[in-house]
Design a protein around this ligand. Sequence first.
Ligand SMILES: NC(=O)c1ccc[n+]([C@@H]2O[C@H](COP(=O)([O-])OP(=O)(O)OC[C@H]3O[C@@H](n4cnc5c(N)ncnc54)[C@H](O)[C@@H]3O)[C@@H](O)[C@H]2O)c1
Length: 706
Amino acid sequence: MNKSTIVRVEHDAEIALIIINNPPVNTITAEVRDGLRKAVAHPDVSRSKAVVMLCEGSTFFSGADIGEFNGPPKEAEYREIFNAYEDLKIPVVAAMHGTVMGGGLEIALACHYRIALPGTRFSMPEVTLGIIPGAGGTQRMPRLIGAEKALDLIVSARMVDAEQARQLGFVDDVVSGDLKQAALMYARRLLAVNSGPRRTSDMRIESVTATAEIFDKAEQQARKLYPNRTAALVAVEVVKASLTQSFTQGLEYETKRVNECKATVECRGAVHAFFAERETRRIPEIADSVLSRKIQSAGVIGAGTMGGGIAICFANAGIPVTLIDANEQGLQRGLDNIDKTFQSMVNRGRITPEIKAQRLQLISSSLSYDALRNADIVVEAVYEDLALKRSIFLKLDAVAKSGAILATNTSTLDIDKIATVTQRPSDVIGTHFFSPANVMPLLEVVRTTHTAADVIKTVMELSKPLRKTPVLARVCYGFIGNRMMEGYAREAQRMVLEGATPRQVDSALEAWGMAMGILAVFDMAGIDVGVNVHKANAAQYPPDPAYYQADLALFEAGRLGQKNGKGYYRYEPGNRTRFDDDAALEIIKARANSFGIPARAHSAEDIVERCVYPLLNEGFRILEEGVALRASDIDVVWTAGYGFPRYRGGPMFCAETIGLKVLLDGMLKYQKVFGPMHWQPAPLLVELVQKQMTIAEWHQAKLANS
Ligand SMILES: NC(=O)c1ccc[n+]([C@@H]2O[C@H](COP(=O)([O-])OP(=O)(O)OC[C@H]3O[C@@H](n4cnc5c(N)ncnc54)[C@H](O)[C@@H]3O)[C@@H](O)[C@H]2O)c1
């Protein structure tokens, strides 16, 4: 894109059009700001009677350039540019479409009038990134729609559509047809009735919208939605300042506070997570010249929980998919579940009945492997059993066309052992989806020692239409995510054997930021599922007889988790609320006694340290062994797949913010209490502490030596 054409000024009779074209999503980059600064002073603008601002491509400004968060503050620049538009002596109309967020919405608030196409969506997502709106949003939005509604938008960070925005009062009109023509017409109408500039900064906040109770409520909402975080609370304070300070003072206060926010771990963690997700597709050792294979059709073997979800992913991406199962019953159950999933999407207004029908048409089914003959990729998702998977790959090898990618959704098995039963191990790869496969964003892409570069590249690229965040891993027990889960889950179970209640353990983890306590996760996934995995992989575990005994005791007592209403907790039919259950405690206590496990007291801090330290520690092993390409990939696995708090950046980022020495000392502290079997610091962690090196410095040194 020629930089000079990113922002251009056109003319339509007495109306100047400022048109922005900065693909892909019209981010407000430095070039855009430069263009906007020049455009506002353009002679065509000075000669005009009105200005229309609009963007080409998929959306009006999608927001600020997050890449600039780490550099020098830009707020003063934003302020000066936005004010220049607001100060124009002729009416300025923002004509919007697409997804208008953050800074994109703030520039519209500085315009005098706002119109939007019906599908347009708006949000102020800053607090989820650990900052506050920093380009006037905290001062203009309350002036425009009242403090109460502005606080709700800013604190909840929720999306609203064009009609809701009109009702809230920050969009004047929802227009249809060609946006440019509609905007010109709107501007002409303004001129016809002599409607001049209508500056948001001149408006007064209605006092009924800004009572002490309203601010208290917003503060409570901020605490509830964002425990351990401060940005939303800061946003409430800064909105409050719009009541007592002049507009100019308010903007300066907003700048001061947003820059304080940028220095917090909460913001740095969230920004790190954002960029880490963009980085995962970059595989340095695969040359650009490697061509990916075409994926125009797919097959899925096994119509169970995962197979059904994976088939939905393909259909959502517009890729025809054939689902097969071993028997009619399994197949029909899978197809019924798929239908139900699409129907619930229709019921929630996510898709129309027509789209449901189209997607269902893309899914065919069969009991015969012959139906997979033309598939470009086949994903196997049958029971977690190596012998079964090997037998399936033998059959698949016999029917799949040459060049087809043969993938397995195994979560723990050695994919090399699956690949080598085929005549084409280089076409075999792991595609580890997470449950529910059609919802969870993570896709662990697992390469074996044989997997061809173009197969890796194809699957990494395929993740885009499948709407997944791919992370490349190498084969090892549990790959990246489940391997790190081992120590985390082990300690949680050990603590309930020592007398902590499941609620005590889960509450401590949730208060620390995990999306769901791990014992509740086991109940949700099925206690039997975990037990089967542990039985299948017993040889991989350390020689600790008490290992995973809490799970086993519950399983043997017939407690399978949510599916039969009892696991670590008790559940009532049709309800996922966890109730404490003495029966579970008794079973666990009896098992602990039979192993002679002494009771201990557990503070919330102990619980978090004992669960989280082994998790972080394992990350260093995974990094050193090259199972993950980079530390930030490990972070993505846990933030996108395991509910690790994004505002802590992911396990490796978190290890550095806790301090590597603190982590090492913590591991050694627990080693003293519990012995070295489970509490062995990773060699790389020890090395980094000894050399006082950061993970980034280690990466660089490794690159320099390679
Ligand atoms: N459930 C999860 O949370 C989860 C998450 C990630 C990965 N996985 C992995 O995904 C795989 C599938 O797990 P799931 O939970 O969907 O299992 P599931 O028990 O729900 O479904 C397995 C399906 O495979 C079918 N099947 C069995 N043998 C077959 C054969 N020879 N040919 C065709 N179909 C056959 C069964 O009839 C059943 O419908 C496993 O490898 C598992 O480890 C599961």
